[in-house]
Design a protein. Sequence first.
Length: 94
Amino acid sequence: MSTIEEYKALINDGTAKILSTGVEWSKWLRFAGNTYTYDINNSIALYMQKPEATAVAELLEWNKYNRKIHKGQKGSIVYKDLSLIHISEPTRPR
């Protein structure tokens, strides 16, 4: 399966999951409040990949805030500027 197909599947499966129960809808709303800078499709894709995420951004954005992404850390797929990109959650500064 291509990455675009995987992305579309995430959105379709995510929509069905979010609308399945009131509890799932509440979880989604809480998550969406933390990812409000992303459009609805990317927000759903992020939710399906990492529902416990509290903040997501591209690597360069995390670097601005002195947050580091560890080498080999897995990112999430989102669609931006007509291409798929990976974004990550940072580690906490020490």
